[in-house]
Structures are given as structure tokens and as C-alpha cells.
Design a protein around this ligand. Structure first.
Ligand SMILES: [Zn+2]
Ligand SMILES: [Zn+2]
Length: 419
């Protein structure tokens, strides 16, 4: 049956690609580029991905995706400057016995070919569902490829899967014209509800949804430490979920201005002062937060940056009995002074947030983005993405120098890959 099915990739008419063609991809090759002696990503020709169920039976549950847009993430920035995911990329490539990783994990694209089991397993026959997993559909998807077999996956907590792989880090990613991806990761996008450029950021927006739904935000005062894209998304979401006061903290003026524009009630700039120890909290910041909250401290702190000092700012600014949402990741040890007194005695709860709850978080993200009245989709497009001006770059014309400039000047950059 598989052999008889006509592949859309055998003809040039349907998508402009012949089966044996190569496609462009953004990569790092540990042998050719080296990790330490290079910076950035490299545009290369790689073989067109294909589904060959005889060679690999798991292709029956995979699809070939024609990528339309791809988002550049904070974690990609870490790889760009070689200060994150060094071990994960090296170890996973060693396991696969190859030197080159295709990067990227935020995407929206069209399904152009599907394995023989995709319809049986992932097609929703509900007539009312206009967004389906089938050839021709526009889809986004989760960057964490989970195993489905471990204890966590079996009890519906696949976001903490024991054996997960991450697109563009521990397996090949989506910075390519065409990619092969497991169908179970896909989330169908209804373009009439969420514009494709915004659907591209479903994955990081989902991080923010996950972080802002962990505890009840309604009527709460909160402080967000770190106003990168996910911190900024969290401001929009916290306001939408009814937070009474949102305080944005960052050291970057542009980020704070954007935080204000997106609805933060107060902004606090961290000074890059020379402290005795690098992990110590910033007394000025904590004092200001105490002032704003009438000496109580915030009900919820969100640590969205990673360094010890930022986590200590979050802990010190949270009221007794409050919640600390911990999202930022940094390699190495974290120092929390007076742990017993600050956390245990004060009755704080720390919540580690990783990835998205698949697909509960996606459903909430879709509903929030589809509701035009809350203004969130418009705010992301108009403020964070500047209506595409300088933030949507042509993938095939990738130039490392101009790309780096754009990446430094904007919280969110996306590539126009096809179409
Ligand atoms: Zn990302
Ligand atoms: Zn698992």
C-alpha cells in the first residue's frame, strides 16, 4: 500500500522539489566549524528528507513538512554564542555517529507527505474541527519529542519525559526548507484564527502559558525577572489572567520599555553594579518591590533569566507563603543563601517549569491567541515583532552579520523559509 501511494515529492509541480534534491538548512558541523572556534550558524545543502518505511518503520508515524516560518529562540541564541547546550549537542551527535546538527525548533509549515499510520493515529474525524493533521494542513508543533513509554509519559506528564529529545538540540531541527517530524508533535493551525507568523511562536508562547497557569494569577501581585520574549509573553498572559499588579525587572532599557508597552504596571531596572558576590540579590530592586507592595512582597515571582542573582531577587521579593516560578536555565551551580530561613521558614513554594504540557498548554495558547478582544495577538505582532519590519528575515538569504544585528535589536526574529 505504501509503495502504491503517490508521493507529492516525486513531482516538481506540487511543491517545487524533486525527490533527490537537496534543501537549505542552518547547521553547525562540529568537525568543520568546531564548537569553540566558531560562532553563529552555517547555511548548508542537506539531502531532501524522505519517508522510507522499509528502512525505518517509525517513518509510518512521521510527516514531511514544508516549513513556512521558523522562529529564532533564546536557546538558539545560546548555541549561536556557544554558551548553552554544548554537552547535549556533542553527546547526541556522538550517539548518532555524525558531526552535523540541523538547528531550530519553532515552526509553522505545511504537511506535504504523511507516513502510512498518520491518518489512523492523528486525524480527527470530527467535522467541526477545521484544523486537522493531514496532507495540506498548516501545522506548528512541540519541540520536545517524548518517548510515550516512560512512567511520566504513561501518566500524562510527557513534559517531564525521561527520554525526551529536543528538536534542533539533541535531534535535527527545523531550520530547513523541508523537514521530517513525528506527527504526534504537530498542532494544526487555523489561519483564520491565528496568523502564521504568530503561530510560529506557539512553542515559546506555550512556555509562558505553562508558567502563568501553574498557580492562579487572578488578583495577584507579581514580579517578572527577565524580560526576554518569554518574560514579555508572560506579562501579556498575566494581565489576561487577571493579575492585579505586574512588575517587570530587567537590566535592558529597551526590554523594559517593551514590558511597559505590553502592560507591565511598573518597571525596575537592575543596575549592573559591582557586588561582593555575583550570586547576591540586588537590594535596590527588592526594596523597590517592597515599596510597591506596601512592604509585603509579591504573591508570585517569575524567574525568567537564569543567574543565581536573579533567582535570589525573585526569592527575596516574594511574600511569605508566596510562589516562585522558576523558568530560567543556566549551566553550573546556583547559590541560594539562608535557604532554610528564606524558603522553608517563609513557606515559599518553588515551581520548576519545563516545556509545555502537551497538548493542554497548546489548547490554552490557541484560545488566548484566537480571542481578538484580549489584544494579545496584536500586541505580539505590533510591539514585539514590529509588524514584521526587520523581524522577518529571508531564510535563503541568511547572512550571519546582518542576522546577528537583527537578533540583538529585537526580542523575536523569525525566518521566512518558504512562501
Ligand atoms: Zn524556543
Ligand atoms: Zn517518556
Amino acid at each position: 500500500m505504501q509503495a502504491k501511494r503517490k508521493s507529492p515529492l516525486t513531482e516538481t509541480a506540487s511543491n517545487g522539489v524533486k525527490k533527490n534534491d537537496t534543501v537549505k538548512a542552518l547547521t553547525i558541523d562540529l568537525k568543520k566549524d568546531g564548537w569553540d572556534k566558531s560562532k553563529g550558524f552555517f547555511l548548508r545543502d542537506i539531502p531532501m528528507p524522505t519517508l522510507d518505511e522499509k528502512k525505518d518503520p517509525t517513518d509510518a508515524t512521521a510527516v514531511i513538512l514544508k516549513v513556512r516560518y521558523a522562529g529564532f529562540c533564546g536557546s538558539d541564541r545560546g548555541i549561536w554564542y556557544r554558551n548553552a547546550f554544548c554537552d547535549m549537542i556533542h553527546d547526541s551527535l556522538a550517539k548518532e555517529k555524525k558531526p552535523m546538527r540541523v538547528l531550530g525548533h519553532e515552526f509553522v509549515g505545511e504537511i506535504v507527505e504523511a507516513g502510512s499510520m498518520v491518518k489512523t493515529l492523528y486525524y480527527d474525524p470530527d467535522k467541526n474541527n477545521r484544523a486537522k493533521i493531514e496532507v495540506g494542513s498548516l501545522v506548528s508543533g512541540d519541540s520536545h519529542v517524548t518517548c510515550g513509554r516512560c512512567y511520566q509519559c504513561r501518566i500524562g506528564e510527557s513534559h517531564v519525559c525521561l527520554n525526551e529529545s529536543i528538536l534542533g538540540i539533541s535531534i535535527d531541527g527545523i531550520f530547513a526548507e523541508f523537514v521530517k517530524i513525528p506527527a504526534k508533535n504537530l498542532w494544526a493551525v487555523d489561519e483564520s484564527r491565528v496568523r502564521p507568523e504568530i503561530a510560529t511562536v506557539y512553542d515559546p508562547f506555550g512556555n509562558a502559558v505553562h508558567a502563568t497557569t501553574k498557580v492562579d494569577f487572578c488578583g495577584q501581585r507579581l514580579a517578572i525577572f527577565g524580560c526576554g520574549p518569554i518574560g514579555l509573553f508572560s506579562i501579556l498572559l498575566a494581565r489576561n489572567f487577571g493579575a492585579a499588579k505586574v512588575i517587570a525587572v530587567d537590566y535592558n532599557d529597551a526590554n523594559l520599555n517593551m514590558a511597559k508597552e505590553l502592560g507591565a504596571h511598573e518597571t525596575i531596572k537592575i543596575r549592573k553594579e559591582t557586588k561582593k558576590v555575583e550570586w547576591a540579590h540586588d537590594e535596590g530592586v527588592v526594596e523597590k518591590i517592597m515599596e510597591i507592595t506596601y512592604g509585603k512582597g509579591v504573591d508570585i515571582s517569575m524567574e525568567m533569566a537564569g543567574p543565581s542573582s536573579s533567582l535570589n531577587n525573585a526569592i527575596q521579593s516574594t511574600r511569605r507563603g508566596g510562589n516562585v516560578i522558576v523558568f530560567g536555565i543556566k549551566d553550573g551551580n546556583i547559590t541560594i543563601p539562608n535557604f532554610s530561613r528564606m524558603i522553608v521558614v517563609r513557606g515559599l513554594t518553588l515551581h520548576g517549569i519545563i516545556g509545555r504540557e502537551i497538548f493542554k498548554t497548546w489548547q490554552i495558547a490557541q484560545r488566548v491567541l484566537s480571542d481578538k478582544a484580549n489584544g494579545i495577538q496584536d500586541a505580539i505582532w505590533n510591539v514585539m515583532m514590529k509588524r514584521g519590519k526587520g523581524t522577518i528575515l529571508d531564510f535563503k538569504k541568511f547572512n550571519p552579520e546582518s542576522f546577528e544585528k537583527a537578533m540583538e535589536a529585537n526580542p523575536k526574529i523569525i525566518f521566512r523559509v518558504n512562501g
